[in-house]
Design a protein around this ligand. Sequence first.
Ligand code: GLU
Length: 556
Amino acid sequence: MNNTMLGDLLFPNLEHTTEYYESKYPLRRIDQEAKVCRLGPSPTGFIHLGNLYGALVDERLSHQSGGSFYLRIEDTDDKRKVDGAIDKIIDGLAFFDIRFDEGVNKEGELGDYGPYTQSERVHIYHAFAKKLVNEGKAYPCFLTEDEISKIRAEQENNKKTPGIYGDYAKSRFLSFDEIKSKIEAGEEYVLRLKSCVLPPDAYEDSSQVIKVRVNDGIRGSLEMPANFQDVVLLKKNGIPTYHFAHVIDDHLMRTTHVVRGAEWLSTLPIHVELFNTLGFDLPVYCHTAQLMKLDENGNKRKLSKREDPELSLNFYREEGYHPLAVKEYLLTILNSDFEEWRADHLELSCDEFPFKLEKMSNSGALFDLNKLKDISKDVLFRLNAEALFDFLKRWSEEFRPDLDFMFTDKDYLLQILDLGRNDAKPRKDFISASQMVEFISYFFDKLFRIEDEMSIEVKGYEKQILTMYLDTYNHDDSQEQWFEKIREIAGQLGYALKPKDYKKNPDQYKGHVGHVSSVIRIALVGRSTSPDVWAIQQIMGEQQAKARFQKYCQEL
Ligand code: GLU
């Protein structure tokens, strides 16, 4: 068969050859060490933690090495397309500080290696497909679904490896004229790779089975049986499969590191064969671990879209996790030495951390919301009050516009946010915007409510305690003077001045000074635990504090 004639028959009107594209997209002029990475999401509109996890690896590898990070939209599967999805992807990642140097952006695209949307690259895929046909390495396959099912059934019966390969790939043996007349008769076809590898069952000894060896950037040396299937390169509509598009794109866009999920490991031999068949250098594959969580029974399982709301990036935005907290958390799962580095370099940005592929785990990466919360506490603690204010305001504008009143007196909110954070034993209890709002809500009359009950030791004495407290209230008292007054009230009413005295002789006292001060605390903030009461009063101001005590007495 004359392959060139077949190439012309299948691809009659191509404007350019592969040489044209090779020179249009030359090797990048970057340092040897610089890495070029890409994110290739499908525009489904759902962007999840796994995407962010992978994107962070790409982002770190490329930006840390002075390379480039680009966004490629992999939209060859029409069924998965959702309107507005691309903006969602870009915004969703930008929120977590993942920014691209080139590729698709909201205005169009940027960079010399485009188009960066696969559906706009069909002419390029066709040029390479034609080259393969011309070289006898690809062929049109006219098998119908029915015929394929029959082949499969026959293979099952004969205990043969299923698939389209070797003699089963019937269209391999068609003559040019047969192909031509089928095409003229309007028969549909896909383009398949003509694999020259034999299936494993063709060998008597399994050690003879041809293997591919790949040095994975994360997993190290991998050895897998080579592909022997005539995989589909172009679908009936001429659109490439993921396999073909990935290989052409990552070659022409001069990607150095392909970071993608472990679900692609099983098809790696196909990609290796395609790279080799096309004469391209293999990029460094980096197959990341699956995100796992521990279920109620302590078993590891994959995070699932249906069961785990924390898989969606929106979850973190809505809850008001600080993007930096999520980023630092992901870094702790990505590189086991991040935490130690962080503890030694509190003042540095996490972007200064020397991220290393080799430090990545290749078994499941365990995701733990409680750990994220701990890290959030540290991250929010390192932000100053002004930054916390901005963060809270932005979150509230998006998710809780009803809280706008919190932001009218900036000075007041700044003091609230800073409360106890500069003490010898500083407080670290902010976790997320939604939790912060809840935490500081008592500072605002609109949100204030009594949540906790008075303890049994003060039942019936609340009014007396509060009246005595109000009678001696002096807003200018120092913290020591303030506490001295509470001790006096406690003594006068028959409460022990020290908790341990009460413990020793419970019959001699009504309770202890802590019970007395908790009356004041609950009347002031509505809760039995809170930061220092004196400090809260100082921030609230005399009028508001007194009004709370008076109101409590009135409502008794
Ligand atoms: N489009 C593929 C996906 O959404 C990307 C895989 C890859 O990064 O190569 O899963």
